[in-house]
Design a protein around this ligand. Structure first.
Ligand SMILES: *Cc1c(COP(=O)(O)O)cnc(C)c1O
Length: 371
């Protein structure tokens, strides 16, 4: 069959769903049998398993990844008048979490090669109002956590990981979620560990923070009908927890498969118009996204689409140029690295269960592109 006929979607959940079909149906049947849907054994069991997986003392389930970061900021007492450092190249949820907490986001440029926050630019952004740094492990690779933690310690700042794209990623042998004061995870279906709906969690080693996060996500209640904070409703429901428990034992294997596909891309893509993602020393990438860069990105995208290859852009408009963040007063040119990434980044197909034929089709289509 000629390659032109192969359609490679940007992402497909089918191979994973087919493989785990019995386990997912079993999880659903168990919850229905128990007839218990919020705050029960499934939630507790998943929290225990995911904390052990990340290497933290505590895991607290919540409604989604955005809430996980909001709950952490609120539990740390960060709010109006405070500033929080965030990378300028990230999904908007990172920045929105700071706004939801009532604090002010301060955008710091990433490194062009790893796409993660540039530690050398953090100190210039610190003011007497700065309370925390949110380090995003973007696209599946951990940020430079040694440098981030050293700067935070020197200035008395908290370090929050946004690990929404990096389940299982390691930095110097330690898993994401255990590399700062607290971490927020999303289990949105498309993430490396995804629920069958919205879900998220917080991991931390701090017992007081863990208690406060749990209370804040459950109407500010430490026990039933006793409210110590003006909390919110953000809990991990039993059904999603059961699905996540079914999928967690397969995460390392599925991440390894993503790495294998990435290695095939690295070995096969020889087009010099395309820059492949860099893996920093000490990092094990989990390739939530395989992000390449190309000066003629839109032409490359059109070339791939013509050949039936699905792609995506992460992200087409940087945060500071979004209508939602006009208040930052940053015009085009203010954050050139974030702008460069959003103008040149293209995400290639990457999902568990991609066939050899599909991987080869992507490589051939990229290699046949001429600027
Ligand atoms: C997905 C994502 C979030 C938000 O997660 P939701 O579950 O969609 O709320 C936060 N940060 C990053 C970097 C993400 O990719």
């Amino acid at each position: 069959m000629p390659n032109e006929a192969i359609t490679v979607p940007f992402v497909s959940f089918r191979p994973m769903e087919q493989e785990l079909d019995a386990e997912l149906r079993g999880a659903f049947a168990r919850v229905l049998q128990n007839s218990w849907y919020i705050e029960g054994n499934e939630d507790a069991a998943f929290e225990k398993a995911f904390a052990a997986y990340c290497g933290t003392e505590y895991c607290i389930g919540c409604g989604n990844g955005l809430d996980s970061l909001v709950l952490i900021l609120r539990a740390m007492g960060i709010g109006p008048g405070d500033e929080v450092i965030v990378p300028s190249n990230t999904f908007i949820a990172t920045v929105l979490s700071v706004s939801y907490a009532g604090a002010t986001p301060v955008l710091v440029e990433p490194l062009l090669d790893t796409y993660n926050i540039d530690p050398n630019r953090i100190e210039a952004a610190i003011t007497p109002r700065t309370k925390a740094i949110i380090a995003v492990h973007l696209y599946g690779q951990c940020a430079q956590m040694d440098a981030v933690n050293t700067i935070a310690q020197a200035h008395g700042l908290k370090v929050i990981e946004d690990a929404a794209q990096a389940h299982g990623a390691t930095w110097q042998g330690r898993r994401s979620g255990s590399l700062g004061d607290a971490a927020g995870f999303s289990f949105y279906p498309g993430k490396n560990l995804g629920a069958l709906g919205d879900a998220g969690c917080v991991t931390t080693n701090d017992p007081d923070l863990a208690k406060k996060v749990r209370a804040l996500g459950n109407y500010g209640s430490d026990y039933k009908y006793h409210h110590i904070y003006k909390g919110q409703n953000s809990r991990l429901d039993e059904l999603q927890a059961a699905f996540l428990s079914a999928k967690l034992p397969h995460l390392d294997r599925m991440n390894a498969e993503r790495r294998r596909i990435a290695d095939c891309y690295r070995a096969g893509i020889t087009n010099t118009a395309v820059t492949l993602p860099t893996v920093a020393e000490g990092c094990e990438h989990v390739y939530h996204i395989f992000a390449v860069r190309c000066k003629s990105r839109d032409a490359l995208e059109a070339h791939l689409h013509e050949r039936g290859i699905g792609t995506n852009k992460h992200y087409p408009t940087p945060i500071h140029l979004q209508g939602a963040y006009r208040e930052l007063g940053l015009d085009r040119g203010a954050l050139p690295i974030a702008e460069e990434i959003s103008a040149t980044e293209l995400s290639l197909p990457m999902f568990y269960g991609m066939t050899e034929e599909q991987v080869r089709a992507v490589i051939e289509a990229v290699n046949s592109f001429k600027e």
